[in-house]
Design a protein around this ligand. Structure first.
Ligand code: SF4
Length: 301
């Protein structure tokens, strides 16, 4: 059995039903407006970090690689902005904010200069897929840079939250950053030049708050290697055990239990609308059965 463990798998750890919807039924969810905005902003950062040139005009292709020069970024700025409607997935409401954000990201040098990967490309939006026992670890690292003698993974979040400290608190216990450090520690030699192997690791969330005036906050996580290993191996063991349980229900043609209801993770669950339908159908069935037991005299003869 191969289980794909990616950044969003944490959500599946808390709800068996959610794991079944996403991993076994393979139901895709529509990205929210906020997620679309974040994807577009990631695209801008990719352009900035890779130094997209004036000849870049294919919106469907990855940003081509080129030597990044600050002067070029500034020259590209009007082009990136003017073409935004065709180049990025945005709706018209988001566009004015997006223009402001683009200008702000570039002027504030929000993206640290990425290192080069083994094949000479900058380490931005780095997609990785590495087999690891019965798991396949996959995901996208937004940016890898070297700062103060550490190899730092940066993950960008773009949010409309008006409460930066509450938002940042959410990330304290999230495993995404540990996960990246784990992948770099154990599989980094597949994509990093040898001079970076064995360097101290750090990871951070760089959150950009664009709703209530532009602001940015960082959270830096620097754990000793042993702790990353211990934390990640426990999480992965738990993940495998949970998914085995979900598979058992699935193979039995049953819906897995809604364990998310007990932990409050239904809030913002992208499958809530399907879950609600199943809920209604199940509840109706249960009520009908209960009614039959109580009121159908045939049952009690
Ligand atoms: S709405 Fe709640 S119970 Fe249903 S799948 Fe999502 S987290 Fe699980």
């Amino acid at each position: 059995m191969k289980i794909y463990y990616d950044n969003s798998a944490n959500a599946e750890l808390v709800c068996h039903r959610r794991a079944q919807y996403r991993l076994l039924f393979g139901i895709e969810t529509k990205p929210s407006a906020e997620m679309q905005f974040g994807s577009a902003a990631h695209r801008v950062l990719e352009c900035v970090c890779r130094g997209a040139t004036d000849s870049y005009d294919d919106k469907n292709q990855p940003v081509p690689f080129g030597a990044p020069l600050p002067a070029e970024y500034i020259m590209q700025l009007p082009q990136l902005i003017d073409d935004a409607t065709t180049r990025f997935t945005l709706n018209s409401l988001q566009l004015p904010k997006f223009r402001v954000l683009t200008r702000w990201l570039i002027e504030h040098d929000i993206a640290p200069a990425p290192i080069e990967l083994v094949h000479g490309t900058p380490a931005v939006e780095l997609k990785f897929t590495v087999p690891h026992g019965e798991l396949v670890l996959c995901g996208t690292m937004d940016n890898i840079s070297v700062e103060n003698g550490k190899l730092v993974v940066t993950d960008y979040k773009f949010t409309t939250s008006k409460y930066p400290s509450d938002y940042m608190r959410e990330y304290r216990l999230k495993t995404q950053l540990w996960f990246y450090m784990y992948v770099i520690k154990h599989f980094g030699s597949q994509f990093l030049p040898s001079k970076y192997i064995g360097m101290p690791l750090a990871a951070r969330i760089r959150a950009v708050f664009y709703e209530n005036g532009l602001d940015t906050r960082d959270t830096e996580l620097c754990l000793c290697d042993d702790y990353v290993d211990t934390a990640m191996s426990s999480i992965m063991t738990l993940m495998v055990a949970r998914l085995r349980a979900v598979m058992a229900y699935h193979n039995n043609n049953e819906l897995a239990p809604k364990t998310g209801m007990a932990t409050g993770s239904c809030y913002k669950c992208p499958f809530a609308y399907i879950c609600q339908l199943h809920n209604d159908a199940e509840e109706r069935k249960q009520i009908e059965q209960a009614n039959k037991k109580q009121y159908n005299p045939l049952l009690f003869r």
